[in-house]
Design a protein around this ligand. Structure first.
Ligand code: ATP
Ligand code: MG
Length: 245
């Protein structure tokens, strides 16, 4: 579903070049829930923004659902971003003036494609995430957990190749974090959704199938969950400790 091969990205500041990604390679299969972890400044957000078609990269390949991003024009990249990716933002970014149902349809509204199929799909997502009772309410009238479920439902409306999330649990207490993670797991189980999440939180990451550790601009290690969640969290904490030594 997502292939990243030998990805390079530098930022130019003044007349100096700062390499951030120095040959990152990995792949994610359809239906996988994968986290990226790594020290602050290791390039996690940069990597996510390259996959999101937000920033151009210097070298390497990104392939999303069979489409190579490397040779696409700005307009084509915007089309991939708007139609084939799902996003879950740290503060969820629901629009205050729209109801829950309308918020879920926002990506389709932007595309001018609110047809019968989109309406039916929105209703299916509303049922799937158990938010029928608030479908006509506004964000100010619903709980934090309901907002998070709405945001994850919205990220699915385009049947995206992959859902991208940068620190989706970053501002949340542990109960709210759990709601977000459970919503991702639900999306994976019910819709075979593919999820790529940047996180600092080993608890959140321990719910994933696999964790990619970034360090010094490359993939330092990948850990696969084979046993229980708590064993996986211990394994992650050890790997992070080892990485910072
Ligand atoms: N637009 C930019 N221009 C110049 N340098 C940048 C830019 N964005 C990021 N950087 C630098 O690139 C490096 C990687 O940044 P990035 O945001 O990808 O890290 P990160 O792993 O997401 O960190 P954090 O965990 O703190 O969010 C950092 O040193 C950062 O200062
Ligand atoms: Mg970041």
């Amino acid at each position: 579903m997502l292939y990243v091969k030998n990805l390079h990205k530098s930022y130019i500041v003044g007349n100096k070049e700062y390499p951030v990604l120095k040959g990152v390679s990995f792949q994610i299969a359809k239906g996988e829930f994968v986290a990226v972890m790594g020290p602050s400044g290791s390039g996690k957000s940069t990597l996510l923004n390259c996959i999101s078609c937000y920033i151009p990269f210097d070298k390497g390949e990104i392939t999303l659902g069979g489409t190579q991003l490397t040779n696409l024009s700005e307009t084509e990249l915007a089309k991939v971003r708007n139609e084939k990716l799902g996003f879950v933002f740290q503060d969820f970014m629901l629009l205050d003036g729209l109801t829950v149902r309308e918020n879920i349809l926002v990506p389709r509204i932007i595309q001018g494609k609110v047809d019968q199929e989109a309406e039916t799909f929105a209703d299916r997502l509303i049922a799937l995430f158990g938010i029928e009772h608030i479908r006509n309410k506004y964000p100010a009238e619903i709980s934090g957990g309901e907002k998070q479920r709405t945001a994850v439902a919205r990220s699915l409306i385009n049947d995206p190749y992959v859902i991208l999330a940068d620190e989706p649990t970053g501002n949340l207490d542990s109960k709210s974090s759990r709601t977000v993670i459970d919503s991702f797991k639900h999306a994976k189980k019910q819709m075979n959704a593919t999820i790529f999440m940047v996180t600092h939180d080993s608890f959140a990451a321990s719910f994933c199938d696999r964790v990619i550790l970034l360090k010094d601009g490359t993939v330092h290690r990948q850990l696969e969950k084979t046993g229980s969640r708590s064993d996986f969290q211990d394994q992650l904490l050890d790997a992070i400790k080892e990485m910072s030594e």
